[in-house]
Design a protein around this ligand. Structure first.
Ligand code: DGL
Length: 284
C-alpha cells in the first residue's frame, strides 16, 4: 500500500523573498547593515555596480540608465522590495525606478535622510554633504523643505570623501585636512546646526567630520531612518518574512569581486560578509 503522497514544500510566497538593495559600489553596505540590525530575519540581496562607480560625477540620464539596469537584474533574481541605497540614484532616478518596478515597493535613501535632518535641526539651518550630482539635483533641499518649509539648506559636493572612504582612510591628517577644506567654508557661510551625510560612503568618516564640526552640530545619515522606512513599508503591505533568527545575505558586484570583498570589510563586520562575492554582468 502506498502511503500519503509526499508533501512538497509550499512555494515561497512573496513574504519569503529577499529584500534587494543596490548601490553604485560598496558604500550602500552602511544601509544593508542598518536593515540587518532592524530586520535580522529578512534575507538580503545586495548589488554594487562597481564596474561603473562613481555615479556621483555622471549625468542624471546616465545614472538613470544604470539604475534601471541594476533594478531589472535584482527583480529577475526575485525580490519583494527594492532599496535604492545610492544617494545619487535616489536623487535623480527614483521615479524611473518606481515605474520600472510596476507596483513592487521601492525605498530611496533621500527622503528618510531628509526626514532625519528636518527633525534633528532646531534652527532649520541644514547642510547636506553629498556627491556633485546629488548636490546639483537639489533633491535633499526639496525633500527637507517639503517637511520643513522654514529650513535653509546648503548642499555641497564632497567627492574626495568617496575616494578616501574607498581607500579605507577614515581618519588621520590627510582626511582631517580634506574635511577641514570642505567643511570650514560651510560652517562659516551657513552656520548649520545639522549636517546630513547625503552619500553612502560618508558615515565611515563620521569621527573625523565630528572633530571638525565640533560637538554642537547634529550629524545625521539616512541608514537608520531608511531601515525604519523599509520595516514600515513591509508591515503596511503584509510583507514581513515569517520569524526566523537570521536571513541570508548575498553580495553581488559588477566588477572586481576581490576588491569589493576587501573594501566591504571597512563597511561591514566580518560575520556579515559572505564567503563569496558573486560577479554579475548587467550588460545584455
Ligand atoms: N553611492 C554614491 C552615493 O551615495 C556614492 C559613490 C558614487 O559616486 O557612486 O551618492
Amino acid at each position: 500500500m502506498s502511503g500519503p503522497p509526499a508533501e512538497s514544500p509550499p512555494p515561497a510566497g512573496p513574504r519569503e523573498l529577499p529584500i534587494g538593495i543596490f548601490d553604485s559600489g560598496v558604500g550602500g553596505l552602511t544601509v544593508l547593515r542598518a536593515i540587518r540590525r532592524d530586520l535580522p530575519g529578512e534575507s538580503l540581496l545586495y548589488l554594487g555596480d562597481t564596474a561603473r562607480l562613481p555615479y556621483g560625477t555622471k549625468s542624471p540620464r546616465t545614472v538613470t540608465r544604470y539604475a534601471i539596469q541594476t533594478t531589472r537584474r535584482l527583480v529577475k533574481k526575485g525580490i519583494k522590495l527594492l532599496v535604492v541605497a545610492c544617494n545619487t540614484a535616489s536623487a535623480v532616478a527614483l521615479e524611473a525606478v518606481r515605474e520600472e518596478l510596476d507596483g513592487l515597493p521601492v525605498i530611496g535613501v533621500v527622503r528618510p535622510g531628509a526626514e532625519a535632518a528636518a527633525h534633528a535641526s532646531r534652527s532649520g539651518r541644514i547642510a547636506v554633504l553629498s556627491t556633485e550630482s546629488t548636490a546639483a539635483y537639489g533633491a535633499y533641499e526639496r525633500e527637507i523643505r517639503a517637511i520643513r518649509p522654514d529650513a535653509r539648506v546648503l548642499s555641497r559636493g564632497c567627492p574626495l570623501f568617496v575616494a578616501l572612504a574607498e581607500e579605507g582612510w577614515s581618519s588621520g591628517p590627510i582626511v582631517q585636512a580634506v574635511a577641514r577644506e570642505y567643511l570650514a567654508p560651510i560652517l562659516e557661510e551657513h552656520d548649520p546646526d545639522t549636517i546630513v551625510l547625503g552619500c553612502t560612503h560618508f558615515p565611515v568618516l563620521t569621527p573625523t567630520i565630528r572633530e571638525v564640526v565640533g560637538p554642537n552640530v547634529a550629524i545625521v545619515d539616512s541608514a537608520a531612518t531608511t531601515a525604519r522606512a523599509v520595516r514600515a513599508e513591509l508591515d503596511s503591505r503584509g510583507l514581513r518574512g515569517t520569524e526566523r533568527p537570521e536571513g541570508t545575505i548575498r553580495l553581488f558586484a559588477t566588477d572586481a569581486p576581490e576588491r569589493f570583498d576587501r573594501v566591504a570589510a571597512r563597511f561591514l563586520p566580518p560575520d556579515l560578509i559572505p564567503r563569496e562575492i558573486e560577479l554579475v554582468d548587467l550588460l545584455p
